[in-house]
Design a protein around this ligand. Structure first.
Ligand SMILES: [Zn+2]
Length: 353
C-alpha cells in the first residue's frame, strides 16, 4: 500500500478535496490555477501541484508529496534550494511527476495540519490599500491573524511570515496577494477563511456595467473582445476605478496572466494602434481599457486569462472609495517574471509604459 492510497482512506483528506473543489469553483476565492491547499500527514505534506486547478480536486489527483519539515528547515536557514520546491518532493510517492507550487513554501511555513490559500477578492481589495495593516486590524479584531507585507512567494515570503506571524497565528493576510488560513481540520481552516472573507467584504460594490454595443462593434475583426464580466466593464465607466486601474500591477497573478498593469487608450490614440502595440510588446498586455467605452482582451485569451480579467473587476469594485492603493514596484514585477530588473525596465520603457 502506498502512502497515497493510505491518505485516500483518510476522511480529512476527503474533506480537503471536497473543500478545495468548492473554493476552486468560487471565482471570488480562486481564479484559474491560483490558490492552493495542503494537508500534512507524517513526514509528508500533500500540496496542490503548480498549474492545476483546485476546482478539479475531486476528479483529478493533483496533490504532490513534499517533505515539509526539510523544506521548513531550509526556509529558516535561508537555503537557496528552498526557492525551488523540487528538491523537497518525495519522488517515490509522486508517480504523476507533478511539481509543487512555489507557494508550497507558505504551506511549509505554517505548522498546522491543514492550510488553505486563496486569492480572495475581498481580501486582495483590503490588502492593496496603503493603510492595509490598520484597515485589516479594524476588521479582524479578536482573530488570530497577522498582516504580512508583500514579498515574492518563496524564501522571501517565508522570511516575512517568520518576522510577522507568531506560534498561534492561524490567518495570514498577504499584502498585495491574498489570504491564508490554517487549522487542525479542514473545517477549522475553512471556518476562518469564510469568516475573514465575510469581514473584509465591503457593504456595497462600485457597480457593474453591460457590454457597450458600439464598443463590441469597434472590436469586431480586431482579434480582441469585450471582457465578459460586468464589474470589469464597470472600470471603463467609473473615473475612480480608472485611476486605480491606470498604473503598475496590484497583485502577482494579474502580472503572470495578463501582463504588467493594463493598457489605457489615451485621448487622441487610435484603438487599432493601441491594440496592436499591446499584443506585440515584449510583455504583452492582455487588458486594454477604453475610458467611457469598455475593457477588452484578446480573442485568444485562455480560461485562466479570462478568470484573471474577471477578478480584476471583482477586486476593483471592492476597493473602498476613500482608499489609496499600493502597487508592485518594477523590481517586484521583474522578480516575479524572473527577469533582470534593469532589462525589464528597459523593455517597459521601449513599450512606452
Ligand atoms: Zn497566492
Amino acid at each position: 500500500m502506498t502512502l497515497y492510497s493510505e491518505l485516500q482512506s483518510n476522511p480529512e483528506f476527503a474533506a480537503l478535496r471536497a473543500e478545495s473543489a468548492r473554493l476552486g469553483s468560487d471565482p471570488l476565492q480562486v481564479q484559474g490555477p491560483g490558490g492552493n491547499t495542503s494537508i500534512k500527514s507524517g513526514d509528508l505534506m500533500w500540496v496542490k501541484a503548480s498549474g492545476t486547478w483546485l476546482s478539479d480536486a475531486l476528479t483529478t489527483d493533483l496533490f504532490v508529496p513534499v517533505y515539509h519539515e526539510a523544506l521548513a528547515e531550509a526556509l529558516v536557514a535561508d537555503d537557496g534550494r528552498a526557492d525551488d520546491v523540487g528538491p523537497f518532493t518525495c519522488r517515490e510517492e509522486n508517480p504523476s511527476g507533478l511539481r509543487a507550487s512555489i507557494e508550497a513554501t507558505v504551506h511549509a511555513s505554517m505548522s498546522a495540519r491543514v492550510v488553505l490559500h486563496t486569492h480572495c477578492v475581498a481580501t486582495i481589495a483590503a490588502a492593496v490599500r496603503t493603510d492595509a495593516p490598520a484597515f485589516v486590524k479594524s476588521k479582524l479584531a479578536g482573530l488570530p491573524y497577522a498582516f504580512i507585507p508583500y514579498a515574492k512567494p518563496g524564501i522571501d515570503l517565508a522570511r516575512a511570515i517568520r518576522e510577522h506571524a507568531s506560534a498561534g497565528t492561524q490567518i495570514l493576510i498577504l499584502g498585495n496577494h491574498g489570504l491564508v488560513t490554517c487549522g487542525a481540520t479542514v473545517g477549522e481552516a475553512n471556518g476562518l477563511l469564510q469568516d475573514v472573507s465575510a469581514r473584509l467584504a465591503p457593504s456595497s460594490l462600485a457597480g457593474s456595467a453591460g457590454i457597450d454595443d458600439a464598443f463590441q462593434r469597434r472590436l469586431s475583426g480586431s482579434g480582441w473582445k469585450p471582457v465578459p464580466h460586468g464589474p470589469t466593464q464597470q472600470i471603463a465607466h467609473d473615473a475612480r476605478l480608472l485611476t486605480i486601474a491606470d498604473g503598475r500591477t496590484l497583485y502577482p497573478d494579474h502580472l503572470v496572466f495578463l501582463g504588467p498593469g493594463v493598457t489605457m487608450v489615451r485621448e487622441g490614440e487610435q484603438l487599432t494602434d493601441v491594440l496592436a502595440r499591446a499584443g506585440q510588446q515584449q510583455f504583452p498586455s492582455k487588458l486594454v481599457i477604453v475610458p467611457d467605452h469598455g475593457v477588452a482582451m484578446p480573442d485568444t485569451a485562455t480560461a485562466s486569462d479570462i478568470a484573471l480579467a474577471r477578478a480584476f473587476g471583482d477586486v476593483l469594485v471592492r476597493i473602498a472609495p476613500q482608499a489609496r492603493v499600493s502597487r508592485l514596484s518594477e523590481d517586484q514585477e521583474a522578480e516575479l517574471l524572473d527577469w533582470d530588473a534593469e532589462v525589464y525596465r528597459q523593455s517597459l520603457n521601449k513599450a512606452g509604459r
